[in-house]
Structure formats: C-alpha cells, structure tokens
Design a protein around this ligand. Structure first.
Ligand SMILES: *Cc1c(COP(=O)(O)O)cnc(C)c1O
Length: 372
C-alpha cells in the first residue's frame, strides 16, 4: 500500500489491519514476548529478540515510514530518544550542527549537554538567512523544528534542504507540531523526520514515545544499527497505544485546528492580549498578555484548559514556557526571539470551540479600561 494509491485518512484508519496472518485480527496483535523460537539452525521467523525487532513495533514503524514518505521507520522510547538516535547515530566527534534558537526546550538542553561533553558544536539561528549563512560553512547536519516552538514561525524546508545538500549536510526536521497530515518534510527534501509521538500522534496524553522516518541507505543503516545497539526502542504496549492513537489522527486534527482558529479570533480581540502567534495551521497557538502580572490569576481561573506541560492530546492544555518547557533556555537568549514572561502557549484539545473561547474570556477577564 503506497501513499499514491490511498489517501492519508484511509492509511491512518487501516494501520495494522491485515497484519495478523494467524487469525485475521482487525486490531494489531500485541506481542509481549521478548524471545522467538528459531525454526531450525540458522533459521529465523524474522523475529529473534525484541530489542532488535518486535511484530507490534514493526506495524508502527512501517506506518510512520509510509505516512512520512520515508524508506524506513523507527520507534523510540521517547521523542528525546528519537533526537538522540539521530544526533548520535549520524554524527561523529567534532561535527558541526546548525539549528534554531526557537527550539523545544528539551532539544536545546540535550544539544547544550552534548556540546559541553565535547561531542558536537551547535550553532543557533534566529532567521532563515542566518541558517543559509551557516549552511555555507559546511555543517554535517541541519536540525530544524517548523513551526518553531513556541513562537510558531515556519521555516522553508525545501530551500534549507536544497542548500544543505549542496554542502553534503543531512537535514533533520522535528515534525511534532504539524504531523504528516499537515507537513511531510521528506517529500520537501529533508532526509530524516522525527516526532515526539507523545503529542499529536499518540494524542491522548497516555503514552510516551518517539518516531523517526528516514531515507537514503546510508542514513537508514546507521539509524538501525544505533537503535539496536543502544536499545532505546519502544516497548510493545506503547507501540500498540500509539497505533491506536494514529488511527484517529485525521479527525482529531480537524477539531484541534478548528478550535485553534476560534481561539485566535477571540484572543486577537481580547483587551488583555498584546499579540497572538499562530501559523495558520494546526492546533498550537501562543500569545502574549499585555501585563505578565495577570498570568497567575488567569491560570488559576481556567476551568476547561489545564495548566500542564504537554501538547497534542484531546484535552486542551495551557503552558507557561517561561517556567516550564523553556526554562532551560537562558532568559537573554529567549528574549532575543520574543519569548518573554508574557508568553503563554495553548494546545487546543477537541472540545467544543465555544466552550474553549468562553473559558479563556472568563479567565483573562480584565476590565477594558485598565488597558485603554
Ligand atoms: C515533546 C517534544 C519533544 C520531546 O519528546 P518527548 O516524547 O517528551 O521525549 C521534542 N520535540 C518537540 C517539538 C516536542 O514538543
């Protein structure tokens, strides 16, 4: 089954169906067994030991490869493990990486850690032009997140990939915010896509996982070797939960996006809000309040939105990057790209739009006269 034959909604709903050769189970069978019987000396069913391969994990890995137009898929124990797999699997001591300043806080912390240990050098760019200038210097790898987090700026994957390939650099895109329904980086020229499957792909705030899709024989082989060697593979039950989550991704994302657009409109007309950051696609919205002093009370007043540190699930969440997701990025660095103590980030759930708008309005309810 290839992407050209079927639409993505169909591929998603059908993941794992027809994978059970024994009984024809519609739902993906969950294989907990860590070891598999060899049919004879020098023979294998394709499964010997579960770190190397597991039938339930294979269903998920094949799915992400197909959905992202990749040649190979990998399921890792978390989104950070997916990033670590790519960085340590593809790079050697002393290599240079070009990346962005406006990045998931955990990615920044890991990159900084690797640099401190003397593994690689990372250059952090604010704009596309800065990325292009750094690519000219011949890095080994370019790692971008688009849209950026939490400022929602989109970067041009096709142009970055074109320029990176001229100097022989590998392009890696963190596609957690958009999912393959909105953006397929490999199709635009990138070499590797990573996901925190904990977010939209799992979609229910109940499973931690990471996914990677790659193309190019050399890259595929290096990643497969690294994952089997280091062992950050995803356990079968988590794979099963993520397969179940993926099946409804298309319908969930429709409602996430509908809710995001309703909230953007409400926030843009709200007297306490200074600025709204939305790329026009997907379910993530950031905004800056005029007065950071109202944030504590507003967070306490929310009745539907939960003040919590994740995204992409069916429940609407609100995050304060200053003290949560981005606390590990130095304040001066954050201020350079507008991430101040006035910025909040919303992950819209799949609730009713009117209820979400009403909740934000009542919580950020300040008298208009205070600000006019
Ligand atoms: C959450 C997140 C990660 C890290 O994923 P985990 O599953 O939490 O390890 C990486 N990138 C982005 C954009 C994220 O939102």
């Amino acid at each position: 089954m290839t992407m050209t034959e079927r639409h993505i909604e169909t591929l998603l709903a059908q993941i794992g169906n027809r994978s059970d050769k024994a009984y024809g189970a519609i739902n993906t069978p969950l294989y907990f067994s860590t070891a598999y019987k060899h049919p004879g000396l020098g023979e294998s069913t394709g499964y010997d030991y579960t770190r190397t391969a597991n039938p339930t994990r294979d269903v998920l890995q094949e799915a992400i490869a197909v959905l992202e137009y990749g040649e190979q898929g990998f399921a890792t124990s978390s989104g950070m493990a997916a990033i670590q797999l790519v960085i340590e699997g593809l790079l050697s001591h002393g290599d240079t990486v070009v990346t962005l300043q406006d990045l998931y806080g955990g990615s920044y912390r890991y990159f900084h850690h690797m640099e401190e240990k003397g593994f690689c050098n990372f250059t952090y760019c604010l704009t596309e032009d800065e990325v292009y200038a750094e690519i000219e210097k011949g890095p080994k790898l370019v790692f971008i997140e688009t849209p950026t987090n939490p400022m929602m700026v989109e970067f041009d994957i096709a142009e970055i990939s074109k320029r990176a390939h001229v100097v022989g650099a590998v392009v890696v895109v963190d596609n957690t915010f958009y999912t393959p329904l909105i953006q397929r980086p490999l199709e635009e020229g990138a070499d590797v896509v990573i996901h925190s499957a904990t977010k939209y792909i799992g979609g229910h705030n109940d499973v931690l996982g990471g996914l990677v899709a790659s193309k190019g024989q050399d890259i595929n082989e290096k990643l497969a070797f690294q994952l089997n060697t280091t062992g950050a593979t995803l356990d079968p039950f988590a794979c099963w939960l993520i397969v179940r989550g993926l099946k409804t991704l298309a319908v969930r994302l429709q409602q996430h996006e509908k809710n995001a657009k309703a909230l953007v409109e409400a926030l843009e007309n709200h007297p306490a809000i200074e600025k709204v950051y939305y790329s026009g696609r997907g379910g993530m919205v950031s905004f800056a309040v005029k007065d950071a002093g109202i944030i504590r009370d507003a967070l306490n007043s929310l009745k539907i939105f939960t003040f919590a540190e994740s995204l992409g699930g069916v429940e609407s969440l609100i995050t304060y990057p200053e003290t949560q997701t981005h606390a590990d990025i130095p304040t001066e660095l954050r201020a350079q790209y507008g991430l101040t103590d006035k910025v909040l980030r919303i992950s819209t759930g799949i609730e009713n739009s009117d209820d979400l708008v009403a909740d934000i309005n009542q919580a950020f309810n300040v008298k208009k006269s205070d600000y006019l």
